[in-house]
Write a protein that binds this ligand. Structure first.
Ligand code: COA
Length: 258
């Protein structure tokens, strides 16, 4: 059985972590394959957006695969975190095409981090989120300390990080960690419908939204300047001309990503 499966819905690539008997835990192979799938989202012009989800009804991803931890020392642990962040999690965050997490159950440890690296999250009503690494004598290594604090604020993040407690979907919605909570059987439809709406917009404008919003969290960048520059650059695109022309001609725009 493939540990990561890929399928298409229109122009949306659905990336499914597929180890349901291990609650979709992220082992080395899954991390490699996730990295390759994310590269494909960057490079394949047919792909306008991506959804990341987990196989089965119980888990999105229940964390990094703990069975691989026994072999790690300080050097190995650092390399694991660096590789994961650089080759998967940061790449998802900075992907110029929208990547949405469809969280269909436990999103713990690396699973919560994977969901948080996505541009936003939609959860099923059985979803549970947490960073339980302290129970293993560890901290998150795939960006969890940073993104959880960005998304839900310092006090709530500190509590979740230090207690290892899980929160349910309703709390995640209240915290702003997820955008919607829907019954599990509606999760993929809801996620694909939001992705489908974004797929109708001008791709370069979508890439601009992602880059400018990410700049808020990049201390080396002035986000307002980034916004000014992207806003200006977009006026030279065929799609911006098409958008304005279509509005004035009272017809739907046809965007080409140019
Ligand atoms: N790594 C490796 N295997 C994992 C795993 C992980 N992160 N999470 C779950 N599994 C495996 C279990 O070992 C079990 O395998 P087995 O059937 O071969 O024994 C299988 O998935 C099912 O998990 P189980 O613990 O029996 O399910 P449960 O419903 O009793 O509990 C959880 C669900 C999510 C509460 C529990 O699996 C758990 O705490 N997982 C670890 C979460 C974690 O600490 N993640 C952070 C890692 S850094």
């Amino acid at each position: 059985m493939e540990s990561l499966s890929l399928s298409f819905h229109d122009h949306t690539l659905i990336i499914t972590v597929n180890r349901p008997d291990k609650l979709n835990a992220l082992n080395k192979t899954v991390i490699e394959k996730l990295g390759a799938a994310v590269n494909d989202v960057y490079n394949n012009a047919e792909i306008k957006s991506a959804v990341i989800t987990g196989s089965g009804t119980k888990a999105f991803v229940a964390g990094a695969d703990i069975s691989e931890f026994a072999a790690l020392d300080a050097k190995g642990g650092k390399a694991m975190a660096e590789k994961g962040q650089m080759q998967v999690f940061n790449k998802i965050e900075h992907c110029p095409k929208p990547v949405i997490a469809a969280v269909n159950g436990f999103a713990l440890g690396g699973g919560c981090e994977l969901a948080m690296a996505c541009h936003f999250r939609i959860a099923s009503d059985n979803a549970k989120f947490g960073q339980p690494e302290v129970n293993l004598g560890l901290i998150p290594g795939y960006g969890g300390t940073q993104r959880l604090t960005q998304l839900i604020g310092k006090g709530r993040a500190m509590e979740l990080l230090m207690t290892g407690n899980m929160i349910d979907a309703a709390a995640a919605l209240q915290y702003g960690l997820v955008n919607y909570v829907v019954p599990q059987e509606e999760l993929m439809n809801k996620t694909l419908s939001v992705a489908g709406l974004i797929n109708t917009k001008a791709p370069l404008a979508i890439a601009g939204c992602i880059k400018a919003a990410n700049a808020v969290f990049d201390e080396s960048t002035n986000g307002y300047e980034t916004e000014i520059n992207i806003f200006g650059e977009l006026f030279d695109t065929a799609d911006a001309k098409e958008g304005a022309a279509a509005f004035l001609e009272k017809r739907p725009p046809v965007f080409k990503g140019l």
